[in-house]
Design a protein around this ligand. Sequence first.
Ligand code: DC
Length: 250
Amino acid sequence: MKPPRRNIEMEIVTIDGPAGAGKSTVGKMLAQRLKYFYLDTGAMYRAVALRAREQGVSPEDEGALKRLCRGLDITFQEHKQGQRVICQGEDITAKIREPEIGWMASAVSMKRPVRQAMVRLQRIIGAKGKVVAEGRDTGTVVFPRAKFKFFLDAEVAERARRRHREWVERGLSAEMKKVEKEIRERDEQDSLRELAPLRPAADARHIDSTGISAEEVVERILAVVEKASRLQVKPPRPSPLPRKRGRGRG
Ligand code: DC
């Protein structure tokens, strides 16, 4: 007897939301619990931003960004200490976390050729299933047929506090007021852009993480995934994801 066909959409969890909502902490913990791959889509836009800065490419120059993305090889490697982001053989994990790169990533992510290239890579990675994807458009654009979609939000003051703590832990000095302003501006830019704006998918479940721990958020998501997985009775629908494989995840 043939084994039942895998329903890839049942194995994709998407978490979208604004900066500082706790998406990466929750995404990493959730991926670990589910033994899924953690796909940090923001890291990919940050990689583009980093290379653009290094090569003197303006975030406004679509042609140059397109050429830059064409040759860009971004992969993720799992290490005991956590996931590493590799671009053309270079470990760029630390470099892409600079606050300036976050802002530049938001700027380059507004450009069509950049989004096309990154979404293509993200779908190739997701086509293998068992993935927790995190970003701004993973439920709306990248994996619109994913079964488990979450939109994680928190009050702006709390998001700013979290981001501030992260920066201080990394030895960066920052004023709380400035962090909050940066977060507001980046959310506005990500939400108001024409292409793939930050917004919840119609079928996403909203979670407000204000005042609750990342562990609690993970438990809430797991409860939904576990319940629905047990209740999976419908036959799988044909997958819209590209079949092409070949790019390793890490
Ligand atoms: O999540 P992050 O801070 O690493 O993301 C950096 C920027 O990348 C974010 O401000 C907007 C962009 N981004 C995007 O446009 N789409 C995604 N799916 C993820 C990030």
